[in-house]
Design a binder for this molecule. Structure first.
Ligand SMILES: NC(=O)c1ccc[n+]([C@@H]2O[C@H](COP(=O)([O-])OP(=O)(O)OC[C@H]3O[C@@H](n4cnc5c(N)ncnc54)[C@H](O)[C@@H]3O)[C@@H](O)[C@H]2O)c1
Length: 334
């Protein structure tokens, strides 16, 4: 099958691309390289797939979609403070970009679109484990863009009968996650600081827990979604392990994996986004209480619906998973 992956040079897209290429599919890796890395696109010493350097907002996507069986739409701006400090750009990429991809897929008659939403849509939901049927009412820019994009998926599914799967990714972690950006995701940030022999700056020494799911398990689920029989009308699926882990617990696993004895520095959670001064300097500053609430958020998913529909289960053990992140960071940074 010909499969197009937007965000194909990013963390999840490149790992999925490798897997599908190995399985014999024709893979198009579509990416504007704003956060992508060419070294993600090397398999056994050589580039794999076809790289198309283009923006998902480009008005001419139809030519790229011709002959494509399935689109994985993974391109997006994922860092919360980046979205918060430039809401207009965040909506442009994460919402208008989705509309553009869906419209081109519709015109080209693409069989299925698999869209990457986020567990952040549950950020204001109160539940021990979030399920797909729980009501959502997000208020930070990143989560608002993804919730709006989910609604667009509903609209295309209802009005055109398009086959669309909506994935709500929880914290995906694993090798190849970006270690270089201003705000790397938690696990790649800690791995980078330990490899460099530095004390990481952490903001949460509480027992608040987040759901971590390894990229190998995510790739397994995405390929099951590709192959699944039936029709999906923008149905939501949690992509999660169902297991929550706190920051101190994960830090202990990193120390085990690295064999180092480095104490972290715990900072005031109110200062978590201080590296984005535009959020505080001009006019009305972002509420520090809201940032603290975000830091201490519990976010654990219920994987039952995905397990039942796709016969899937997250199998990677967290200790091995953290070791895989540390080893990958060590290899890439040396
Ligand atoms: N990794 C996670 O834990 C997680 C959790 C929830 C949701 N998600 C969502 O899953 C998707 C993939 O996440 P990831 O971790 O691989 O992110 P990533 O940042 O590593 O990859 C995203 C890719 O999209 C590309 N991109 C960004 N804007 C683009 C544009 N306008 N046109 C074309 N390409 C563009 C970037 O260059 C990058 O390569 C994102 O949409 C993200 O919001 C990820």
């Amino acid at each position: 099958m010909k499969i197009l992956i937007t965000g194909g040079a990013g963390f999840i897209g490149s790992q999925l691309g490798k897997h599908l290429h190995r399985a014999g599919h024709e893979v198009v890796l579509f990416d504007n390289m704003s956060f992508g890395h060419l070294d993600n696109l090397i398999l056994e010493g050589a580039p794999f797939g076809q790289l198309v350097c283009k923006d998902v907002r480009d008005r001419d996507l139809l030519s790229d979609m011709k002959g494509v069986n399935t689109v994985f739409h993974l391109a997006g701006i994922a860092a919360l403070p980046v979205c918060q400090q430039d809401p207009s750009e965040a909506y442009d990429v994460n919402v208008a970009g989705v509309a553009n991809v869906l419209e081109a897929a519709r015109r080209a008659g693409v069989r299925r679109v698999i869209f990457s939403s986020t567990s952040a849509v549950y950020e204001k939901t109160k539940a021990e484990r979030f399920s797909e049927a729980d009501p959502i009412s997000p208020d930070l820019v990143y989560a608002c863009t993804k919730a709006a994009a989910e609604q667009l998926c509903d609209a295309f599914a209802v009005n055109y009968g398009m086959d669309i799967v909506v994935c709500r990714f929880f914290n995906v972690y694993g090798p190849h996650q970006d270690v270089t950006r201003t705000s790397p995701p938690f696990t790649s940030y800690v791995a980078r600081e330990l490899v460099m022999g530095r004390s990481p700056n952490l903001f949460n020494n509480s027992d608040a827990r987040r759901d971590y799911v390894h990229s190998d398990d995510v790739v397994d689920l995405l390929s099951r979604m590709l192959q699944a029989e039936g029709h999906f009308a923008a149905e939501r699926f949690n992509v999660c392990s169902g297991q929550g882990h706190s920051v101190p617990e994960l830090y202990t696993l990193f120390l085990e994996a690295s064999g180092k004895k480095i104490e972290p520095i715990y900072n005031d959670p109110r200062s978590y986004w201080d590296r984005y001064p535009a959020l505080f300097e001009q006019g009305m500053p972002l509420s520090r209480e809201r940032i603290t609430e975000e830091v201490f958020k519990n976010a654990i998913g219920n994987p039952d619906k995905s397990s039942q529909r796709f016969g899937w289960k997250a199998r990677r053990n967290i200790r091995e998973g953290i070791a895989s992140v540390y080893d990958d960071a060590k290899r890439r940074l040396s």
